[in-house]
Design a protein around this ligand. Sequence first.
Ligand code: ATP
Ligand code: RIB
Length: 315
Amino acid sequence: MKKHLVVVGSINLDLVSTAPRIPLSGETLTATGFATFPGGKGANQAFAAARLGTPVSMIGMLGNDSFGTELRANLKSAGVDTKAVHETATSSGIAQIITSEGGENVIVVAPGANALVSASFLEKHIDLIRSSGMVLTQLEIPLETVQYLAEVTRKESIPLMLDPAPAQPLPSSLLKSVEWLTPNESETCSLLGLKSQDVSTEAMKEVAEILLQRGSRNVLLKLGQRGCYLALADGGRIFIPAYSVRAIDSTAAGDAFNGAFASALLQGHHPVRSASWATAVAAVSVTRHGAQPSMPTHAEVEAFLKEREGTEQPV
Ligand code: ATP
Ligand code: RIB
């Protein structure tokens, strides 16, 4: 029987305006397009893994509004088990996103029901967590909940993958309970207290070592269109370049990556092979609009890799 993945995290409706560029403070621009998409870092990662064929259960909260109904239905359509997604008398999480025609984006999240994913709520689903092969979480739910989850997974020896997004300072007790820490560039800088938002290719090795010293057993740095850098507990170090694709919307590229990476690790693949697979999944996702609608199926990733055969290999 396939082991299942548990995702504890946020579920949002993304309200996405496309503008010629990201507006300056105080400036009003006219959008060239608008669309809504199912999103939220937790739900995106659960959706991505399920689309690839991994058994996934999501633990989270929705509001008792029409957005909540739509968001649950979308998760179910990919095969995500939503029995541990509860509804509460508040609004569902919302993300207001502006994407520029140049491919940048800015996001403001109104947590709504996601703020109610508490430690006591997780306790109701403790058996589900205990039965999982891996747990995946992010920081769009309260930090105390993530800390509680990390205590549970450490005690139960269940690998925990933490996507430290959106960035915030993290206690070392939490980092020490993490098997996989997967920050993007700006989150890496924030974790290290750096002013810069970018991690140069020269600096990536050094920053990964510092994050390992802070306590996470393994570190995977997501470096946007450059690719990713893996620093493993067994001493393995490797940079995996991204595929060159015509990117139209990078929203949730990191979520596509995490869902795929966790799925491959859960199936017992080596971390390098798993990251290489996740690189292909994320590359396909950036060629499509929206968060969850951009996540490819296993067959679509295989087709993408076949097309690229002989032209380039990520490792
Ligand atoms: P997001 O916050 O948009 O979900 P992120 O900032 O967490 O994403 P990124 O580092 O931007 O994560 O992207 C994750 C992975 O997706 C990268 O490591 C890379 O493999 C792939 N990727 C991102 N952008 C591109 C691109 N333009 N072309 C190809 N692959 C990409
Ligand atoms: O990582 C992308 C996600 O961040 C979006 O779907 C949005 O909901 C925000 O949570």
